[in-house]
Design a protein around this ligand. Structure first.
Ligand code: NI
Length: 268
């Protein structure tokens, strides 16, 4: 699939455009190449890094860039994210598909660090909601453009990979991803702050370890783990094949980041 290229622009490439970049990559990095820039390069705001870390997205290695350095690249969409009421938004000088979304500048917030962090979180959530709506519009446009309705054959999908604990995306239902994953042995204890997870066992037996006791799930059975509930799946058979249904962007290891964390999921 040809990835579309998206550039987020604001004045300082410090908070809003950085958060938008991280969010879009997390929501749909398999379909979009994403970057951000500003009319001037400054630094990534430490509170933007913290607000994004809260949702499992790491901005600590992002840098603030000037749009000058990206002018010569082809962009399918250039999206400005500044407060149209109070700021002069940068203008991208090349012909491309331009969008403007107005968000307040969180770095203007005053008060304690906690108050200011809450403003960053609120703007982060506004940007995420806007991106999800935009992705939905884009997906609807693609479907309307003649994309076909396909039968997904799970046995065929499970035949395409062998590694355990690394989910693959096989479909989408609104903003949810349908994934397949193979389980061997035991995973890690974790929870998800926001996402509920559905596990449907296709093959083998799964023990869902929960703090209030374990549940066993066999072929043709499913279990839903609500957000906030600590869980640790364990394969009771040599290999368990599971279909997962969870919001796009759900990290497999939830609040825990380790060598089993898979941030960019493959679509098969
Ligand atoms: Ni989980």
């Amino acid at each position: 699939m040809n990835k579309q290229r998206v550039l987020f622009l604001c004045t300082h490439n410090s908070a809003r455009s950085q958060m938008a970049e991280g969010l879009l990559r997390s929501l749909a990095g398999d379909r979009f190449d994403v970057a951000s820039a500003g009319t001037e390069a400054t630094r990534v705001h430490p509170l933007a890094i913290r607000a994004m870390a809260d949702v499992g997205i790491d901005l600590s290695r992002h840098t603030s860039k000037s749009v000058e350095t990206l002018l010569d690249q082809p962009w399918d969409h250039v999206i400005t994210v500044c407060d149209s009421a109070n700021e002069r938004c940068p203008i991208f000088p090349k012909p491309t598909h331009r969008l403007h979304w107005s968000f307040p500048d969180p770095s203007q917030a005053r008060g304690t660090t906690g108050d200011r962090l809450n403003v960053f979180r609120r703007v982060r959530d506004e940007i995420a909601a806007r991106l999800e709506a935009w992705l939905e519009t884009m997906a609807a446009a693609t479907r309307g453009g003649g994309s076909t309705v396909e039968v997904v054959r799970l046995a065929e999908k499970f035949g395409k990979f062998s590694d355990a604990w690394s989910p693959r995306i096989v479909g989408e239902v609104n903003a949810m991803h349908v994934k397949v994953v193979k389980l061997r042995g035991e995973f890690v204890w974790h929870h998800h702050d926001r996402e509920d997870e559905l596990f449907f066992v296709v093959h083998g037996r799964l023990r869902m370890q929960l703090r209030d006791g374990d549940r066993e799930v066999g072929p043709g059975e499913l279990i839903i783990v609500p957000h906030g509930v600590e869980h640790c799946p364990r394969a009771l058979s040599d290999e368990v094949h599971v279909l997962l249904l969870e919001p796009a962007g759900t990290l497999n290891t939830g609040n825990v980041q380790n060598e089993r964390t898979v941030a960019e999921l493959e679509r098969i």
